[in-house]
Design a protein. Structure first.
Length: 96
């Protein structure tokens, strides 16, 4: 079975990520062995993209949260118990 996003065929998980993001994942994650100069250039490019598309950051966070929620086996995530909410007690007296 073939999968297409728009007119592009997605074969690998990296293809799906790139098509969903509109940029290669390496732009955001980096690559092993990159030099400081390459890293700085990559981060500059990422900043420019986020400046041009400020909504992209929120979209990426939502997408990452959805992936983690639907596929917790992909990451080592342990749900933490939510702390019980403390009730505020009413203060009696007059403010100084």
């Amino acid at each position: 079975m073939r999968a297409y996003i728009g007119r592009q065929q997605a074969v690998t998980a990296e293809d799906f990520a790139e098509l969903a993001l509109g940029t290669p994942p390496e732009l955001w994650l980096g690559v092993e062995g990159e030099t400081e100069m390459e890293r700085a250039a990559r981060e500059d490019a990422a900043r420019d993209i986020l400046a041009d598309h400020p909504e992209m950051y929120d979209d990426l966070i939502r997408m990452a949260a959805q992936v983690i929620e639907e596929h917790p086996d992909l990451v080592d995530v342990v749900p933490l118990p939510r702390p019980a909410r403390r009730r505020r007690t009413a203060r009696k007296g007059v403010a100084a």
